[in-house]
Write a protein that binds this ligand. Structure first.
Ligand code: GLY
Length: 355
């Protein structure tokens, strides 16, 4: 991949304000070329963690070695953390050095967790190459791997030194991946980013990153406001737990994460409407945004609503009965104690194609 920086628009820099752990998100065409700017002065070597199909080259300006992870959610495992850590030992990586994660959410989550644990914590730079990563996963210090019992169950908050969101790398994404990333982006239209769907793609990424940076600065450990970033995710996580999304697929249904989030946003809109929190026009606005990204607008036929209801009760955010992030007169809020009947009614409404 080559880049002509002379004709590219200037890079956008968004600060994440976390005291002495503050850092920058750099967004734009060719942002990956800035990696050497962020290498800590103490670092003698860099471990670059990526996947074979990513094909994005970074030059840290110090001796480095590439460590490949496998693809897919299955690669986000404790076994990968052990493999990476053992390979880091062979390479001679120390706590003074740096890990550079180059890839989408799977890579930044797993490499980030390896960096958080290795020698009790080594510096991390995220070079995010997917839309989903650039607007969400690479920012904010959440790192994790999956267990057979569920996704992201073992992890750590480990803030990076910098996040480089290179929009040039998005060009090579398969169309369905790119669209799926837009599902993660669509949620921001209801969390405070005005007219999201009318901005250029680089402006959209910058606007989402800015909002995420603000939320993380205020609530790094998800005591409260950060939970709102899970808008649309309660149903998406249930679809994933049921095997209908982000996995090998069940009964011929295999939604991508962002597609499941898009359906989750529409479900949440119907639920908010049923609870009298928003009006029909606001539900219609949810459909308008989701449609503008070409994302699915209905639950696939064959998905069992009772099973989804049960799984939503197991969401790791739901410590006290059914918990949803729902739109309302004051914007999105955490709503507890939602009755099962309303959830089932909203699932029925979001199952109607062409709503
Ligand atoms: N993906 C949600 C968060 O970072 O809090």
């Amino acid at each position: 991949m080559t880049s002509d920086l002379s004709s590219a628009p200037p890079l956008t820099r968004v600060p994440v304000d976390l005291g002495d752990r503050s850092y920058e998100i750099v967004i734009g065409h060719g942002a990956r070329h800035l990696v050497s700017e962020f290498i800590p002065a103490s670092a003698r070597r860099a471990a670059i963690v990526t996947q074979r199909n990513i094909g994005v080259v970074v030059d840290p300006g110090i001796p480095s070695q590439i460590f490949y992870m496998e693809d897919g959610e299955e690669a986000k495992s404790l076994a990968t953390i052990a493999e990476l850590s053992r390979a880091f030992v062979s390479f001679g990586l120390t706590r003074a050095d740096v890990v550079i994660a180059v890839g989408g959410g799977v890579v930044t989550d797993a490499a980030g967790f390896a960096a958080a644990c290795y020698h009790r914590g080594v510096g991390l730079i995220n070079v995010s190459t997917s839309m989903l990563g650039q607007v969400d996963a690479a920012i904010g210090g959440k790192t994790a791997v999956n267990l057979p019992e569920g996704k992201n169950l073992v992890g750590a908050f480990w803030q990076p030194i910098a996040v480089l969101c290179d929009t040039e790398t998005l060009v090579t994404l398969p169309e369905r991946e790119r669209r799926s990333g837009c599902g993660e982006m669509a949620k921001y239209a209801f969390l405070g980013v005005e007219n999201l769907d009318q901005l250029s793609i680089e402006e959209q990424i910058a606007a989402c990153a800015r909002l995420k940076a603000e939320v993380v600065s205020e609530d790094e450990r998800e005591g409260n406001r950060r939970m709102l970033l899970n808008y649309g995710h309660t149903l998406a996580h249930a679809l994933e737990a049921a095997g209908f999304a982000d996995g090998p697929g069940r009964e011929g249904i295999d939604l991508r994460h962002g597609e499941a989030v898009a359906i989750g946003l529409l479900f949440a809109a119907h639920l908010a409407r049923l609870l009298g929190r928003i009006d029909d026009a606001r539900v219609a606005r949810h459909y308008e945004v989701v449609r503008s990204y070409g994302l699915p607008t209905a639950l696939p036929v064959g998905v069992n609503h009772g099973e989804l209801l049960r799984l939503m009760g197991h969401d790791k955010k739901a410590t006290d009965g059914l918990l949803f992030i729902l739109d309302g007169p004051r914007g999105a809020e955490i709503v507890r104690g939602v009755p099962d009947e309303a959830v089932l009614a909203a699932l029925a409404l979001v199952s109607v194609a062409g709503h």
